[in-house]
Design a protein around this ligand. Structure first.
Ligand SMILES: Nc1nc2c(ncn2[C@@H]2O[C@H](COP(=O)(O)OP(=O)(O)OP(=O)(O)O)[C@@H](O)[C@H]2O)c(=O)[nH]1
Ligand SMILES: [Zn+2]
Length: 211
């Protein structure tokens, strides 16, 4: 693994002023970042999120998925504890890239679910890798994580790669009429540990305005 730390800076957000750490993956040429708050070194497990890039959800307010809602909620919870880490990994579309994700969305617009769409395009349901997390966490001094995720395969993959995940913390937020089917497929076909009834809904007024 060829992850190289490049630079760090302050990153003020509505919830807290984080430190932004930039890394370069020399093998793929991709840039990844980590946001930290407080002293994340030491033995006490750190509240953390390993978030995969979703340009549409994280930056463009898409309601097709739950990514943007999870990103905001994770940063808010870290701010609430005054200590935590978020790794933002540039593996868009579960690793198939932005343009293939748009192709997959087109298939979903015509009836495929999120898994079938990937498969019709010749990809696996989830092509992500997590081996870059260990060098990033090592650089930050993080020894153990309380990981915010609903995805048990993510916990298994991180554990296999050598990350000490001491607890899985559910992150069920952002259900709305546009992503109910998508969330049901994640729970049904991808094994995410969540019931749709657990979710905090998106504000109804916002949904109606944006529909
Ligand atoms: N290929 C594809 N990728 C998607 C789709 N919707 C979201 N994504 C990508 O899925 C990734 C997020 O993965 P999710 O399956 O939503 O959630 P997770 O990270 O496995 O699990 P959590 O930790 O619980 O959020 C991001 O990279 C998104 O760009 C889709 O319909 N097709
Ligand atoms: Zn998304």
């Amino acid at each position: 693994m060829t992850i190289r730390f490049i630079a760090a800076s302050r990153l003020p957000t509505p919830w807290a002023t984080f430190t932004l750490h930039g890394f370069e993956d020399e093998a793929t040429g991709k840039d990844h970042v980590a946001l930290t708050l407080g002293d994340v070194s030491g033995e006490a497990p750190v509240l953390g999120r390993v978030h995969s890039e979703c340009l549409t959800g994280d930056a463009l307010f898409s309601m097709r998925c739950d990514c943007g809602y999870q990103l905001q909620e994770a940063l808010k919870r870290i701010a609430g504890e005054g200590r935590g880490v978020l790794l933002y990994l540039r593996q868009e579309g579960r690793g198939i890239g932005l343009l293939n994700k748009i192709r997959a969305y087109h298939l979903q617009d015509n009836g495929a679910d999120t898994v079938e769409a990937n498969e019709r395009l010749g990809f696996g349901a989830d092509m992500r890798r997590y081996d870059l997390c260990v060098p990033m966490l090592d650089h930050l001094g993080v020894q153990a994580l309380r990981l915010m995720t609903n995805n048990p395969r993510k916990v298994d993959a991180l554990t296999r790669d050598g990350v000490n995940v001491t607890q899985r913390v559910p992150l069920t937020t952002g259900i709305n009429p546009h992503n109910e089917g998508y969330l049901a497929t994640k729970a049904g076909k991808l094994g995410h540990m969540m019931a749709l009834g657990d979710f905090t809904p998106v504000n109804r007024v916002d949904v109606e305005r944006k529909s």
